[in-house]
Design a protein around this ligand. Structure first.
Ligand code: ADP
Length: 616
């Protein structure tokens, strides 16, 4: 055999080695989708390239014919292998599986037979010639009928394969960009080569570029499909990830049959995967019918639900998402759930702690406010008291000086007036100091009651006498009602006297040119019989917003500082405290311009008390 080596067949031979390597490698990986037809495609190209290289190097027609025939084995196989690869790799046309693929080989087989028997019927080549005028020997022919059948069939196969790959690229946007590029090159290359050849645009005359470009396409495909070693380990890795997940995972198909279940889900269901996969979710999850019903038709959701497992309530974060295949057709649903009970409990605990903290903070704020208010009240009280004490003291000292300087010269009447003024100021001072001392005793819990039977009417008369100077000063009249029927009372006479004196003094102090009435009565309308004292005046009255503050010790001082002299603001607080100590109550009713009525009552002495007293 006379073989001439040229750069062209050198390239072809190199490419054939590449094709053969790809064929071997793809064969090795034939379990991967598309690898087997890819191996066939690579092998067909190898045969084609070898045949073509040898054809170009051969000198005589019989030798050239021999290689051309071999070449055609590759040429007829390549388009079919390409279509097979496209169908399998892109999972299109499920009917075109490995069992039926030989059907595609019928036409190529006939073509080979037609080629081998061409000299009898000339249906493939009508005439054959050898062109040796170019840089290499090229086989030239006039094509017969079957040549066009073969060409047509090859184009249909190429076209279909191209369509499938382009479609695949279009609907799988998640493909790697490099992978997409390689596939596109693989699709375009044979067409470009073929079009150049058939259009007679080849720069090397009748040199067929198709095997070159087809090899380029083969390399691109091999790189795209096999080059990503990830393809091989991806399912494995994916499975490991799925199994090692602590979240439960179940996939169900459109009919609700379980098609995938991970270990965490198996643990919850309590069955191995072999007994779960293939079963209907309804049966596998029969223990939780409510959950199956709840999610029967749900394809997408994310929520937290409460489930009872082995008599304990647990919380799960459930996520459902639809599963679509490569063609975006809905194939089932994926359930992923996570036990969030601990998280929820911690969340609850945090919330409760937070509430407790807020309550404690609130209490602290209130305590601080109270302390601040108390301190403010005490400061105001001190300021007020200094003023209260200084005013009568100044009066006393002033009158004493008047007496000192003019005692020989002034009349007896004048002297009495001065002494009375000294007396009044001193009594006021004494009241003030007594009240402060008494309040201090009350606040330290040292104030107690000394019960005795006493004549209540004499106490009322005594108080009436005591307030005379005050009444006179403001030109007030005093009227006593009901004291004759009063009789004896059970309680602490000092305290009762002090309460009454305080109320009548207030009435006399704040009323001018008016009347003060003291009413005493037995009341028996309620279950407990009681004795009621009422002190009414025709004075200015008290605004409603001040009435509530009357009984708060020192509070009155806050708005009286710097105003006219009015006392320590402790009288009513002390009086009410005394009343309550003796089982009674003290209230004030008043309105500006309508006078004031202070009412206090004490329990009437019972028969038992009276008898005990008599016996005692
Ligand atoms: P004090 O011991 O300083 O008199 P009280 O607790 O007895 O304090 O009275 C507190 C305040 O209540 C008085 O300063 C006055 O403003 C008001 N008040 C009490 N009684 C009367 C009344 N009969 N008419 C008008 N205001 C009154």
């Amino acid at each position: 055999m006379n073989v001439t080596l040229t750069p062209y067949n050198g390239v072809l031979l190199t490419l054939s080695i590449v094709a053969l390597s790809v064929a071997g490698y793809a064969w090795h990986k034939r379990a991967l989708p598309g690898a087997l037809p890819l191996s066939l495609l690579a092998f067909a190209l190898f045969v084609w390239l070898i045949g073509y290289a040898m054809e170009l190097s051969s000198q005589t027609l019989p030798v050239v014919m021999w290689w051309v025939r071999l070449e055609f084995v590759g040429i007829v196989t390549a388009p079919v292998a390409w279509l097979w690869f496209a169908a399998e790799y892109t999972s299109s046309w499920s009917w075109l599986n490995r069992r039926r693929i030989w059907l595609l080989g019928v036409v190529p087989l006939i073509t080979i037979i037609v080629i081998l028997t061409n000299e009898f019927h000339h249906q493939f080549w009508q005439s054959i010639a050898l062109m040796t005028d170019g840089p290499f020997t090229i086989f030239d022919s006039r094509r017969g009928f079957w040549f066009w059948v073969h060409t047509g069939y090859s184009y249909v196969c190429l076209l279909c394969g191209t369509y499938l790959i382009v479609n695949f690229i279009r609907r799988t946007p998640s493909l790697f960009r490099r992978q997409t590029g390689a596939l596109l090159l693989a699709v375009a290359a044979p067409w470009i080569g073929n079009v150049i050849y058939l259009a007679g645009l080849s720069p090397w005359g009748k040199l067929d570029l198709t095997p070159f470009t087809f090899t380029a396409s083969l390399i691109a495909v091999a790189w795209s499909v096999l080059g990503f070693r990830m393809l091989e380990i991806r399912p494995l890795a994916r499975d490991m990830v799925l199994q090692s997940m602590s979240d439960g995972v179940i996939a169900v198909d459109e009919q609700g049959r379980i098609i995938e279940v991970n270990r965490a889900a198996q643990a919850v269901i309590g069955l191995p995967s072999a007994q779960i996969i293939g079963r209907h979710a309804r049966e596998a999850l029969a223990r939780w019918p409510a959950i199956v019903d709840r999610y029967r038709h749900v394809t997408e959701i994310a929520e937290e639900i409460e489930v009872e497992i082995d008599a304990t309530r647990r919380w799960f974060d459930v996520r459902i998402s639809p599963i679509y295949d490569g063609r975006r057709v809905y194939r089932g649903r994926l359930f992923v759930w996570r036990d969030v009970t601990e998280e929820r409990l911690i969340r609850e605990e945090l919330r409760r702690n937070n509430e407790r903290l807020l309550e404690a903070q609130q209490a602290l704020i209130e305590a601080r406010n109270a302390a601040e208010a108390g301190s403010r009240a005490k400061s105001a009280f001190l300021a007020h008291m200094s003023h209260e004490i200084r005013t009568p003291l100044t009066a006393i000292i002033g009158y004493c000086q008047l007496l000192e300087n003019g005692i020989e010269r002034q009349s007896l009447e004048q002297t009495r007036h001065d002494v009375e003024a000294i007396h009044l100021a001193a009594s006021h001072l004494l009241d003030l100091v007594s009240n402060v001392l008494e309040m201090a005793r009350i606040e330290t819990g040292q104030s107690d009651v000394h019960y005795v039977m006493f004549d209540a009417s004499s106490i009322v008369r005594d108080v009436a006498m005591t307030v005379q100077p005050l009444l006179r000063r403001n030109r007030n009249r005093l009227r006593l009602e009901g004291i004759e029927e009063l009789g004896e009372l059970w309680g602490d006479p000092t305290k009762v006297r002090q309460i009454l004196l305080n109320l009548v003094s207030n009435a006399a102090k704040f009323t001018t040119d008016g009347e003060v009435v003291v009413r005493v009565a037995h009341i028996s309308d309620k279950s407990q019989p009681r004795i009621q004292f009422q002190v009414s005046d025709t004075g200015p009255g008290i605004a409603s917003e001040h009435i509530t503050r009357l009984f708060i010790p020192f509070a009155i001082a806050e708005h009286h500082v710097g105003r006219e002299q009015r006392g320590a603001g402790l009288g009513l607080a002390i009086s009410r405290h005394y009343c309550r100590l003796m089982g009674g109550e003290l209230t004030i009713e008043s309105a500006p311009g309508c006078g004031t009525t202070a009412t206090f009552w004490l329990p009437a002495p019972t028969l038992q008390i009276a008898l005990a007293e008599v016996e005692g």
